[in-house]
Unconditional design. Structure first.
Ligand SMILES: [Zn+2]
Length: 112
């Protein structure tokens, strides 16, 4: 079976592709040749992983900021240094340890 490749395939310069994580579309030749019904190309998968990590870091930053601000309001004798650290991961880990919670895995699971 011969596949037809569109002659108006997007041309790129500089080795960059534009990937839409929401729809799974990409400007790479692999996506154009295989079509949108197939598995997502490597660019969309990589962008999805990057977005998942960025979302996770944003959530940790938000939670750590809340915990740090809450700790600043405590009296001096009750302040815990781990919660006042400028490192967001350290604050988040201290919170997880204190409450017997399991931290979020560092690497999100790969899409099937
Ligand atoms: Zn692609």
């Amino acid at each position: 079976m011969t596949r037809l490749v569109p002659t108006a395939a997007p041309r790129r310069t500089g080795g960059c592709n534009i990937a839409n994580v929401g729809t799974g579309e990409c400007t790479c030749l692999d996506y154009v040749q295989r079509g949108c019904g197939m598995d997502r190309c490597k660019h969309v998968q990589a962008a999805g992983l990057f977005q998942a990590v960025a979302d996770r870091e944003a959530k940790i930053r938000h939670v750590a900021s809340f915990l740090r601000n809450r700790e600043r309001l405590q009296p001096a004798e009750r302040k815990r240094p781990a919660f006042l650290s400028p490192d967001n991961n350290e604050v988040f880990s201290a919170y997880c340890t204190e409450n017997d919670l399991q931290p979020i895995a560092n690497v999100p699971e790969r899409e099937p």
